[in-house]
Design a protein around this ligand. Structure first.
Ligand SMILES: [Zn+2]
Length: 200
């Protein structure tokens, strides 16, 4: 079974998606499950994982609703406020729906040490009891902090989104063994999760 492990859906609205600049003009339209299904079929993929693009509880619910109506959306990586004292009740409400498989925060737009802030660490520590992965969305400058971050949670599943926006540099370096990398595969349910620890 082939699964596209990272897919975004949105109803395009310029203010909500201000990061879509002129260089990404192709993205300035709606992308909904009906647009994706023919592409998946054409390429021999049986399903996808939908990943959050805005930081709101409403969007997480919207993605879960899309997944209910489109069985080929096999999982949702949503957003909750990981720094909130209410994080456990937010997680409990969403995990009543078994399609929630992970949580992501747009860390690339936050201060450099964001991943190590105590309130955020407290939120991450709640994920394991709900059997949720955490998607790390960062730039290369955050990699040393990210390595320290993942070491604090040895049993937590992590996904390094877009190889820290450095696919073209990092991926060949990993393949060539030029970057010290640990990749640990788990087999929770159907999702192959890779955990990358990058650093020396
Ligand atoms: Zn993405």
């Amino acid at each position: 079974m082939y699964i596209d492990a990272h897919q975004h859906f949105w109803v395009y609205e310029p203010r909500e998606y201000a990061w879509i600049d002129d260089s990404m003009a192709l993205l300035r339209r709606d992308f909904l499950p009906g647009d994706l299904k023919p592409e998946l079929d054409r390429n021999g993929f049986q399903g996808c994982v939908a990943v959050q693009a805005r930081q709101s509880l409403q969007e997480t619910q919207w993605l879960l609703d899309l997944a209910k109506d489109a069985p080929f959306i096999l999982g949702v990586v949503g957003w909750v406020d990981l720094r909130s004292p209410q994080v456990r009740s937010q997680l409990a409400a969403f995990t009543a729906n078994s399609k929630l498989v992970g949580i992501r925060h747009i860390v690339q737009s936050e201060p450099d040490d964001f991943l190590l802030q105590p309130e955020f660490l407290r939120g991450i520590s709640a994920l394991e009891e709900f059997d949720l992965a955490y998607d790390i969305l960062i730039y290369p400058k955050h990699l040393p902090v990210a390595a320290e971050f993942v070491r604090k949670f040895p049993r937590q599943r992590f996904v390094l989104d877009h190889l820290a926006k450095e696919e073209q540099v990092l991926f060949p370096a990993i393949l060539a063994g030029q970057v010290a990398t640990t990749i640990i595969y788990h087999s929770p349910r159907w999702v192959p999760i890779a955990r990358f620890v990058v650093g020396r």
